[in-house]
Design a protein around this ligand. Structure first.
Ligand SMILES: [Zn+2]
Length: 448
């Protein structure tokens, strides 16, 4: 494709212009390779921004035409130190323009925000990566270790045509990589202090719940809808779905969550006792972020799809449901046993997507470098580890033994309902947060 010449001027060094431009590529991931377009154009544009300052980026497609990815490596001073992967996905989830205040692919810069689908998930970080990669190259900075910048396809549908394909088919792209940063972490959460003040915490993602999609199938006896019938597959699957959907899995606090709650307690003076029945109530005092934070206290099993029947007066022989299960580290066997109890012997289950949870420790040189970079630009803040309830491409990279962190730094206004912007209407990112994040990322990548 041809790159617009207006895109190859100095505006590619301004993170606001870059993020706005990235949003104007409609990289909607529909979940179907045939109808997912735009990643290739976007990836080619990213490659051009990197090539312009002297990188030799590799553009490649992952498993289907148009699933564009870009990799570029900046040589570090000491190749015996493991390389650092900095990854961001180019695809976004669909957006319905009628619901939005601005067109979701306009990249409008208004009222101190860049607006559009992908503004926080995650063209914000992609833009910061491009700008910092260009700064480092142009200034002739040799980082301490190799830096591998990766811009990938298909994260929003599980990475089968993106990160997982790259790990399976092109492991050479990750040669020497020992650690990685990407979404979802590095953003600020402002909490109240007992003295009436506030404290800005930066949440570094060190853990993710597992992502497991389960199909339930009930097999009964087909028959006429007018007759007495006690082996109805629709009834059987419905009962299993209702029991699962209403079930509360036990409160489990994994290491990362224990550390997170300890830090919260430390800062706010609130107590988050292990046995407290009102733990979620305490967390809710922290505001809108609570929905994300309480989801890591339990496994969840949310029914999302149902399929059965073909005629009003025919009882079908089978009926199916899909359940979106998110499972904590170390809980898989106990979770399955609990599910089997709930669905009963007449309903069978199978995994149709099954990605392991991930957890690493909050220590070491890389964590120190994140901490130093954030404190250099926001003295008085504090970094804390946290667990993401969703999944990211880190699950793919972790399969190569890479230690993964969510670190896409943003200093957010205290009252912004950040977690609701992910996949939400009027997704937007503060201009100030982007500029701050770019400075933090530049500091981090120079010193890590
Ligand atoms: Zn994302």
């Amino acid at each position: 494709m041809t790159v617009e010449t207006e895109d190859l001027n100095h505006s590619s060094d301004d993170v606001v212009a870059v993020v706005s431009r990235l949003i104007r590529f409609d990289t909607t991931n529909t979940g179907e390779p045939e109808t997912t377009q735009g990643e290739a154009d976007c990836a080619q544009w990213v490659a051009a921004q990197l090539a312009e300052v002297g990188y030799q980026p590799e553009y490649l497609e992952s498993g289907a035409p148009g699933r564009g990815n870009v990799f570029a490596r900046l040589k570090g001073a000491d190749s015996s130190r493991g390389a650092l992967l900095i990854h961001g996905h180019l695809d976004v989830v669909p957006a319905e323009p009628a619901d939005w205040s601005v067109h979701p692919f306009s990249g409008a810069v208004e009222n101190g925000y860049v607006w559009g689908r992908g503004a926080v998930d995650m063209k914000d970080m992609v833009g910061m990566m491009i700008v910092v990669a260009r700064q480092l190259k142009r200034a002739g900075i040799v980082p301490r270790r190799d830096l591998v910048f990766a811009f990938v396809a298909d994260e929003e549908h599980g990475g089968r045509y993106g990160a997982h394909w790259l790990v399976d088919n092109r492991p050479d792209l990750f040669d020497g990589v020992t650690e990685a940063i990407g979404e979802v972490g590095g953003f600020s959460l402002t909490v109240p202090r007992p003295d009436g003040g506030e404290r800005r915490l930066y949440l570094i993602e060190t853990a993710e719940k597992g992502l497991s999609w389960m199909r339930l199938t009930a097999r009964g006896v087909a028959g006429h809808g007018s007759m007495a019938h006690n082996q109805n597959a629709v009834t059987a699957v419905s009962e299993a779905v209702a029991r699962l959907g209403r079930h509360r899995f036990p409160l489990v606090r994994v290491d990362t969550v224990v550390q997170f709650l300890a830090a919260l307690s430390d800062e706010t003076g609130l107590t988050f006792d292990h046995d407290s029945a009102d733990l979620e109530g305490m967390i809710e005092k922290l505001g809108p972020m609570a929905r994300m934070l309480t989801a890591v206290l339990h496994d969840t099993a949310n029914p999302t799809m149902l399929k059965a029947g073909y005629k009003a007066n025919v009882i079908p022989a089978t009926a199916e449901a899909v359940i979106d299960c998110r499972i904590l580290p170390g809980r898989k066997a106990a979770f399955e046993a609990e599910v089997d109890q709930l669905i009963g012997p007449d309903v069978s289950r199978e995994w149709i997507r099954d990605l392991d949870p991930y957890e690493t420790t909050f220590d070491g040189d890389l964590v120190d470098a994140m901490n130093a970079a954030l404190l250099a630009l926001d003295p008085g803040a504090r970094t804390v580890p946290y667990m993401l309830s969703g999944g990211t491409d880190a699950k793919a990279f972790a399969r190569l033994g890479i230690r993964c962190f969510g670190f896409a730094p943003l200093r957010l206004p205290p009252d912004l309902d950040f977690s609701s912007l992910f996949h939400g209407v009027d997704e937007r990112v503060p201009v100030d947060a982007l500029r701050f994040g770019t400075d933090v990322l530049a500091h981090f990548l120079t010193h890590c």
